[in-house]
Write a protein that binds this ligand. Sequence first.
Ligand code: API
Length: 266
Amino acid sequence: MKRQFHKMHGLGNDFVVLDGREQPIEMTPALAKALADRHLGIGCDQLILLEPSEHADVRMRIWNHDGGEVESCGNASRCVVALTGAGTLETGGGIVEGGKIGAEIEVTLPPPHFAWDEIPLNYPMDTARLPLGWGPLDHPMALSVGNPHLVFFVDDAAAIDLDSLGPSIEHDPAFPERINVNVASIRDGEIHLRTWERGAGLTLACGTGACATAVAAIVRKKVASPVRVHMRGGELTIGWAAGEPIRMRGSASHVFKGEIDLEQFV
Ligand SMILES: N[C@H](CCC[C@H](N)C(=O)O)C(=O)O
């Protein structure tokens, strides 16, 4: 049966958004992966499905390019707020609040978690400075912003071969649910970030990666809040203080809408 979809992106991190609120859609990892395929499907970094919610204006479910369902997606949160006008989103990572600020969208993610078993890691470690290293990357901070992230600080993030280092870190046995890998440099009080995303690889931007990196940089007193985060696809402004939710402000873009026969993939 044909269903309408919206093709959207947040700073080049792109999504296919399906709305299952009126007519439910049975999403599976295989169907999500087929829709996300850039040759055989529509193509996207993450597949987003909207469903009714008893706890928020809308439930937002997220599948990565590889078909894995995950808890949070910062860039998609802004896109769903822009598309639906929802003020609250129920996600696997908690309730996200959102609203328009001029031409941009601001969303607020629940406070981060730093405990090893909440990230999660496979065994107890000092999550502020993991005693682990992979080539030129070592002693990252580990945290959860609804989804799991590692944050490495280096002199020049652009010089790191994240294409080869990313997969081995993502799949390291220390991370039972795998992990998103952020490599950042600080210049003039601003963050320059590249992210190898769990289940999607190098993306042009990562909203939760920007949030996790900003929190880590503030904890390590490398920057002050709010902080500008520069990524290949564009910039976000992130605000946070200890114990507080994380505020992220940036653009959300609607590219086109179309329709697709989902049964061709099953
Ligand atoms: N790859 C992430 C999900 C998408 C996050 C990213 N696209 C964002 O904007 O936050 C994960 O597996 O946790």
